[in-house]
Design a protein around this ligand. Structure first.
Ligand SMILES: *[C@@H]1O[C@H](CO)[C@@H](O)[C@H](O)[C@H]1NC(C)=O
Ligand SMILES: *[C@@H]1O[C@H](CO)[C@@H](O)[C@H](O)[C@H]1NC(C)=O
Ligand SMILES: *[C@@H]1O[C@H](CO)[C@@H](O)[C@H](O)[C@H]1NC(C)=O
Ligand SMILES: *[C@@H]1O[C@H](CO)[C@@H](O)[C@H](O)[C@H]1NC(C)=O
Ligand SMILES: *[C@@H]1O[C@H](CO)[C@@H](O)[C@H](O)[C@H]1NC(C)=O
Ligand SMILES: *[C@@H]1O[C@H](CO)[C@@H](O)[C@H](O)[C@H]1NC(C)=O
Ligand SMILES: *[C@@H]1O[C@H](CO)[C@@H](O)[C@H](O)[C@H]1NC(C)=O
Ligand SMILES: *[C@@H]1O[C@H](CO)[C@@H](O)[C@H](O)[C@H]1NC(C)=O
Ligand SMILES: *[C@@H]1O[C@H](CO)[C@@H](O)[C@H](O)[C@H]1NC(C)=O
Length: 771
């Protein structure tokens, strides 16, 4: 049975019946927003944990946590059902104890945690250990929305504690209501034993932090330098000074306080430092409600306190915070209105929308930011959580469309990383983590420039992408640069110096993931050429364009008809060598910037379509991972649009729903949801730096979009679409569209797209197909 219907039902029930929910009602019903009401943060959680410690046997489930925070918030807050680390998130739906509420900076399941703080309520005997803190909670009482979370827990020494939670970008707001409990207390955990690897949970380190308790200010402050992905960061930017800082302020007088360390309580002690460290405060026996706000910073405790004062005033109630955060989501999500979707589809759609607006997350704090690249504080706007290998595909296009106000800052942030660390980010999580291959920041920058985004320094952008395309990493010919290799420097385009630049391919006997690298570098070269053209650098544009169109086919084996890795001497390395997170099937379709060239290599439209059929019918399309995402749209570029239309519908139906397991693959900072959202609208950015979208099959009768960049409105009319997947014709503002392609400008200009839908395959866009 799917989670969604019971959970939604429960949510409504508790809204209507529970007195707690009634008092909290304004917090998540005001301002009114149908879109935000459909968000269910439990969708795509993955639900349960296997013995291996991974979230699912193949580690593929959504990995989303029911966190509260506004869009792109620096810190997200979540109930903690277990200790998180690389490949494990802090909350699993099937688990039944809550050990605290975590201000988390884990942007995706793979990255592990950084600088978190945990707030754990209790009553009676103070419980300093993770196990001891755990309280059973009733799933029926759980309310999870984008802006407000609550659950009722059984206190250890009897009675109940209802926890409620909301958050602003840098401040968590929590309220604990105690009923029939013994003396209420709140413990704030600074440091813990940190598990470094998913495959060996006894391999732990002991980050050393600080705690200070100031009863006069009713504050617990402190720091936590834990960073679980530090082991894979480039060695030249070790970010030694990096730490999370916090300032927790209570709304009541404190009766007593103490430090807890490694399981032992030190009552009356106000400061502590070292590993496994917490601070706690107790309240009067007659206290029934405690409100605590926790400002978080990457700069200092003082800055954490400033963030608190900037974002939530003393005396502000949790409802005020929840209302503000709900309004921030409504401003985004209400921009798309849907007619003709089921309740379930709306829940899937708006939750996907909510997923796409979480990362990159803010790293700057009121005009200043800590940079791990040079271990210094700078002025400016900064973001972190760039999963570029995933997000360059469609998530970035989605952000350009629906969060355009963020794009200049997000690009400028990457340019600062370049200035401070020497390179644009690949997968920035506080600092670089060298995860996955390619320098797809090139694509992000080029796409932003192509789509007319201003407000970042284009000359620095050019300098940075040119470096990606021309400067190899250190020891390029001696270091393998394997996946998540430790103790190396920036990976960037490993393999660039020798064979890629000279012969066209990355040599499989020198570098890991060589075939994927060859194709990804080629695409990135294309992005570099696009930026060069925009900047009037004609000869550079021509050079990189040429390389981008030539190199992919140096690994096309025209005997087998597949992309295949090659060794330095040119010999084929074998059909299973050199692919990352995909195989020869997915990667043979991976020339998004030259689909006509690819079609030609596969013998023309008819045989390319037959190859696509073989790919899908043979079960080779793996939508749970990104390399397959664009493939169903390729039919449309080979004169078989009707086959795109049916495949897209099938993929959407089998990989997305509104259950706790409703994402078949990892969310990957929004890319998985961005596929669904664009597909539901009826178009997808196959080549992100082309400014074009390939038309698929809109899912709903009518979608109305109000674009934030120009306040224009686009109506996508496709009556009957829910039961009619095929397109008979498409008119954009009255003009008949012949090829299944729309441009960014056409979309942004708004007006009316009229799809004539049919339940049977149609000739439109399907010239080479016999229907
Ligand atoms: C607290 O205990 C009283 C007396 O046993 C009971 O009537 C009341 O329902 C309890 N309150 C809660 C919230 O459990
Ligand atoms: C513990 O993990 C670290 C980081 O991955 C690794 O370098 C180290 O070898 C591991 N130690 C053991 C004993 O497995
Ligand atoms: C796991 O890590 C612990 C502590 O670092 C080490 O003693 C142990 O040998 C490791 N186990 C395996 C299977 O690597
Ligand atoms: C924690 O305490 C245990 C014994 O209670 C001890 O063996 C261990 O070394 C301590 N760990 C730290 C990090 O202090
Ligand atoms: C709690 O009890 C103390 C005395 O024990 C009293 O001074 C205080 O006013 C009481 N507070 C509330 C909120 O009832
Ligand atoms: C690339 O440049 C070479 C040398 O000028 C030329 O022979 C080749 O046709 C060009 N390839 C493409 C795809 O433009
Ligand atoms: C096929 O590949 C070989 C080298 O691998 C090349 O000599 C030949 O020209 C290619 N044929 C075509 C049709 O591309
Ligand atoms: C292949 O299909 C595309 C898309 O319909 C079309 O533009 C192109 O002309 C076709 N190629 C040939 C050789 O027919
Ligand atoms: C929801 O989607 C997941 C992942 O694709 C799938 O495993 C599950 O069976 C689906 N559930 C329902 C009720 O459709």
């Amino acid at each position: 049975m799917s989670l969604r219907s019971p959970s939604r039902l429960l949510l409504l029930c508790s809204l209507l019946t529970s007195s707690l929910a009634k008092s909290a009602e304004p917090a998540f019903r005001d301002p009114p927003s149908e879109a935000v009401d459909y968000v269910n943060p439990l969708i795509g959680n993955g639900g349960s944990v296997t013995d291996k410690g991974n979230d699912t046997p193949n580690g593929k489930s959504g990995g989303m946590i029911p966190s509260t925070a506004p869009p792109f918030a620096m810190t997200r807050w979540v109930a903690q059902t277990r200790q998180n680390y690389v490949s494990l998130t802090p909350y699993y739906w099937s688990e039944t104890t809550i050990h605290g509420f975590q201000g988390t900076h884990q942007p995706a399941i793979w990255m592990g945690e950084s600088g978190q703080v945990v707030v754990s309520p209790g009553a009676g005997q103070v419980q300093p250990t993770f196990e001891g803190r755990g309280m059973k909670f009733s799933k029926d009482s759980e309310i999870a929305t984008a802006s407000y979370y609550s659950a009722e827990m059984e206190a250890k020494d009897g009675g109940t504690i209802v926890a409620e939670q909301s958050a602003t970008p840098r401040v968590g707001h929590l309220r604990f209501s105690y009923a029939n409990t013994s003396t209420p207390y709140v413990l704030i955990e600074a440091t813990r034993a940190s598990i470094l690897g998913a495959h060996n949970t006894s391999n732990v380190t002991f980050p050393e932090g600080t705690v200070f308790i100031d009863p006069t200010r009713r504050e617990i402050t402190g720091s936590n330098p834990e960073r679980q992905d530090i082991i894979i960061a480039p060695i030249s930017t070790p970010a030694k000074q990096w730490s999370g800082y916090f300032c927790a302020r209570f709304n009541r007088d404190i009766s007593s306080f103490g430090i807890a360390q490694n399981g032992t309580l030190y009552p009356g002690q106000a400061t502590g430092n070292g590993p496994m460290l917490s601070g706690y405060v107790t309240f009067g026996d007659n206290v029934t409600e405690v409100d605590v706000r926790v400002g978080v910073s990457f700069i200092s405790i003082e800055q954490a306190r400033m963030n608190l004062d900037m974002e939530i005033q003393d005396g502000d109630r949790l409802e005020d915070t929840a209302r503000k955060t709900r309004a921030a989501w409504a401003e985004k999500l209400d921009r798309i209105k849907i007619v003709g979707a089921t309740e379930a589809d709306k829940e899937t759609f708006y939750t996907a929308f909510y997923h796409t607006l979480q990362y990159p997350s803010e790293q700057s704090e009121y005009g200043r930011y800590y940079s791990g690249y040079d271990d210094a504080i700078h002025e400016g706007t900064s973001y972190t959580g760039y999963s570029n290998w995933d997000t360059y595909r469609a998530e970035w296009a989605w952000l350009i469309m629906f969060a355009p106000e963020r794009i200049p800052g997000m690009v400028q942030s990457m340019l600062q990383d370049y200035k401070e660390g020497g390179w644009l980010p690949m997968w920035k999580n506080i600092i670089e983590t060298n995860i996955m291959v390619g320098t797809h920041a090139d694509s992000l920058v080029a796409e932003a420039a192509l789509k007319g985004i201003t407000g970042f320094d284009r000359e620095t952008a050019w300098e940075a992408v040119l470096k990606d395309a021309t400067v190899p990493p250190v020891n390029d010919n001696t270091v393998i640069y394997g996946d998540r290799q430790q103790g190396v420097d920036y990976e960037v385009r490993a393999g660039l110096s020798s064979t890629y630049a000279q012969n066209g391919w990355v040599a499989d006997d020198v570098h890991s993931e060589s075939a994927s690298r060859t194709l990804d570098y080629s695409y990135d070269d294309y992005a570099v050429s696009v930026l060069a053209s925009l900047l009037g650098k004609t000869s550079e544009a021509e050079f990189f364009r040429n390389r981008s169109l030539t190199n992919p086919f140096t690994i096309f084996n025209n005997v087998t008809g597949f992309m295949e890795a090659r060794k330095a001497n040119g010999a084929w390395a074998g059909p299973t060598r050199g692919f990352t997170e995909g195989d020869k099937w997915a990667y043979t379709f991976d020339v998004v910037h030259d689909v006509p060239g690819l079609i030609e290599h596969k013998g023309g439209n008819a045989s390319f379509v037959a190859f696509l059929d073989q790919h899908f019918d043979g079960g080779h399309n793996d939508h749970t991972n990104e390399p397959s995402h664009h493939i169903p749209y390729l039919y449309s570029l080979a004169g078989a649009a009707t086959k795109s239309q049916s495949r897209i519908r099938e993929i959407a139906a089998t990989n997305y729903n509104n259950s706790v397991n409703g994402l078949s693959g990892n969310e990957d900072c929004g890319q998985t949801s961005a596929w669904y959202l664009f597909s539901a609208l009826g178009f997808y950015p196959v080549n992100p730096v082309s400014g074009e979208y390939v038309v698929g099959s809109p899912f709903f009768d009518n979608v109305r979009i109000a674009f934030p960049s120009n306040e224009r409105t686009l109506d996508i009319m496709s009556f009957g679409a829910p039961s009619r997947p095929y397109v008979r014709s498409l008119h954009a503002n009255g003009r008949r569209i012949e090829e299944p392609v729309l441009t960014h400008d056409q979309i942004l200009n708004g007006g009316l797209f009229m799809f004539d839908m049919s339940s049977e395959a149609q000739a439109w866009g399907s010239g080479t197909l016999t229907i």
